[in-house]
Design a protein around this ligand. Structure first.
Ligand SMILES: Nc1ncnc2c1ncn2[C@@H]1O[C@H](COP(=O)(O)OP(=O)(O)O)[C@@H](O)[C@H]1O
Ligand SMILES: C[C@@](O)(CCOP(=O)(O)O)CC(=O)O
Ligand SMILES: [Mg+2]
Length: 344
């Protein structure tokens, strides 16, 4: 039996624009999905997912067409529930050259689903890592990332960037532009996350931006401007990392982190213009700013879900807890660990 875990993420900058080749900077956060995999004697897959509904969800199936999953729910719900795990199993079987391997799989996660914190990438990444290890194969994090990207691409009908999966596999702050993925240095950033309890439909939101971009030149310019924000943001991150720990740390580091916040605010404005924010996301963004956050923006696809604010003080978390539209707020540190084995 192997248990692997992988972190969720927030986008400091660049979601949506990354789909069109602009750079993005997601950061892994200390909230994880854990996937336990145990090889079976047959070729069946049994998935138990604790968090898919209040009572969890167990489904057992095999590849044969006449062997439908043994639960009484619609096919689309099953696909929504186990599509990523199914794709992760395929990648693990392929990597280990074991097409008929069967598994008992349990998924547990601290990452809200469909809320912009990359729960799908964390589950897929941890699933591939645990599945391959259970079959005796140890993949480097970069290969887990590449396979998790292919799995997401398949489940999301060709609409996915490498940002979520690379970030979840390697941890820390990363920069993704097309197929160029690298880890970057970042100071110890203090994130506060506000969650409205809802979710957005990533495919629909991406399609909406695509349509706007095709209809209006200024929408295409807006997407490019998000890329410019990311480039400025990267520079500020590099500066902040250099300033951390130096003799004159406090003053210059504070200014550079304030600049990161300002760029996050700008980024949110442009995402709002592209139609992917919502009333509750805007309410949380403004509550965070009013409470003294250095910056706040929606994270991920939008439409509902989470915002991320930069605030080293208690102010934002407390304010969000009393904000209409916010269901829960929590602090999340940058997680420098990516996918890892918890138990073997
Ligand atoms: N704890 C979990 N157990 C099983 N599947 C999960 C879990 N968390 C996420 N998933 C899968 O990921 C999907 C949500 O991913 P997505 O819509 O991309 O949103 P995000 O990645 O922003 O959280 C869920 O529908 C489910 O298929
Ligand atoms: C909108 C997008 O840029 C990010 C989606 O992030 P999430 O799945 O909502 O966490 C799409 C993508 O990059 O695949
Ligand atoms: Mg996702």
């Amino acid at each position: 039996m192997v248990v692997s875990s992988a972190p969720g993420k927030v986008y400091l900058f660049g979601e949506h624009a990354v789909v069109y080749g602009e750079p993005a900077v997601p950061c892994a956060i200390e909230r994880r999905a854990r996937v336990t995999v145990e090889a079976r004697d047959d070729d069946r897959i049994r998935v138990h997912a604790e968090d898919l509904s209040l009572d969890g969800f167990t489904v057992e199936y095999s590849d044969e067409n006449d062997d439908a999953p043994d639960v009484d729910v619609s096919e689309s719900l099953i696909q929504a529930g186990i599509g990523y795990i199914d794709a992760a199993v395929e990648q693990a079987r392929d990597a280990a050259d074991a097409p008929d391997a069967g598994f008992d799989i349990t998924v547990e996660s601290d990452i809200p689903l469909g809320a912009g914190l990359g729960s799908s990438a964390a589950v897929t990444t941890a699933g591939i890592d645990a599945g391959t290890r259970e079959l005796g194969v140890e993949l480097p994090a970069e290969e887990v990332a590449e396979r998790a990207y292919r799995a997401e691409l398949e489940v999301q009908d060709g609409e996915a960037s490498r940002a979520d999966t690379f970030c979840s596999a390697t941890g820390g702050a990363v920069r993704v532009e097309g197929d160029d993925c690298r880890s970057i240095d970042a100071p110890d950033l203090s994130f506060v996350i506000g969650f409205d309890g809802g979710e957005g439909d990533t495919g629909e939101l991406v399609a909406g931006v695509r349509a706007l971009r095709e209809e209006y030149d200024f929408a295409a310019d807006t997407v490019e401007s998000i890329g410019d924000i990311v480039r400025h943001g990267e520079q500020a991150l590099t500066e902040a990392t250099g300033e951390q720990g130096g003799a004159s740390e406090s003053e210059s580091l504070r200014e550079t982190i304030a600049e990161l916040g300002e760029l996050m605010n700008f980024n949110h404005g442009l995402l709002e213009a592209l139609g992917v924010s919502s009333r509750s996301l805007d309410q949380m963004v403004w509550a965070a700013r009013d409470a003294g956050a250095l910056g706040a923006k929606l994270t991920g696809a939008g439409g509902g879900g989470c915002i991320v604010a930069l605030d080293p003080t208690e102010g934002t978390e407390t304010a969000l807890e009393y904000t209409q539209g916010c269901e829960t707020a929590f602090r999340a540190r940058l997680d420098t660990d990516g996918v890892r084995v918890e138990d073997e």
